[in-house]
Design a protein around this ligand. Sequence first.
Ligand SMILES: O=C(O)C(=O)C[C@]1(C(=O)O)C=C[C@@H](O)C=C1
Length: 364
Amino acid sequence: MATKLPGASISSSSHPPSTEKPSCKIKLIATRVSIQSRRISKTSCCIDSDAASAISRSQNKRPLTSINLTGCSKDGAGIRVAYQGISGAYSESAAEKAYPNCETVPCEQFDIAFQAVENWIADRAVLPVENSLGGSIHRNYDLLLRHRLHIVGEVQLSVRHCLLANHGVKLEDLARVLSHPQALAQCEHKLTSLRVVREAVDDTAGAAQFVALHKLKDTAAVASISAAKIYDLNVLAQDIQDDSDNITRFLMLAREPLIPGTDRPFKTSIVFSLDEGPGMLYKALAVFSMRDINLTKIESRPQRKRPILRPVGNSDGLNFDYLFYCDFEASMADHNAQNALKHLKEFATFLRVLGSYPMDINLI
Ligand SMILES: O=C(O)C(=O)C[C@]1(C(=O)O)C=C[C@@H](O)C=C1
């Protein structure tokens, strides 16, 4: 189904499955390019009409570049980026920060955004994974493991929440506030002071749209300033998050991994599990510290498929099995990082590299 969609062809990936049409297209064009270049070299001594028309044809066609294969022009033009929510959601802003001229594809759920990429409907998916006030978004870590997409980028976005209501509605009229649960949690102080009922919905922009569509007079939404403009709502209060520095980190996901480089600062994300025993995690983290590799994040999640509690040593206690998600500041093109993971693999019971990607060093 997805291969029939325009825009999801060459721009999508360097190694699509062999049954996919885009792969055939790439091969076809590449073959033509090589035939033409052989003909042109023949013409260096004598240009016949055949060769002349070949030259004129070759001038009209631009040769394939690595951009055609990765689907990633510098400004994101031609890239379709799936995100959870509707227009005006923060995830859409994150997509536009990563790929300024991309086409954003709204999705009902994160799971759908993943599937949109897997089924060639989109080229990238955007996934919020942590926030400076609310911490990790655990469900999204689980999604990373359940699907086989690769992390190809990150975006740090400054999230500034507004309280939006229909024109004429005042603060004292409010009995209810709708928003994404993360956004509600990030505005805990303000919402407590308002003494309103909080209701969780799928995304911040969806909350704004709901308030506007139903012309609600006692309900506001916590959403972005751009949602206020899109859904024609009044901004009752600005910067209502608990801390002025409210930053959400988003990951960009693709079907194919990025070829890691060393030309700029890279981060690598991995997930691993360990045998139970004293000092096991200490030993795992030492593979990075002994190579002077900086860890930027560690997150543990119980293993869904192995939730069975089991005895630990001589004690009577029972423990879960855990997965550890780690981010470290190094590229997989770096020998030091490769050696660290080789070392970790010697005793980890499971290890997967989720992606090696350029670090986002510009906060907006
Ligand atoms: O609802 C949105 O607008 C989103 O993009 C989701 C989301 C999140 O999941 O954390 C993104 C950024 C903010 O932290 C609040 C909500």
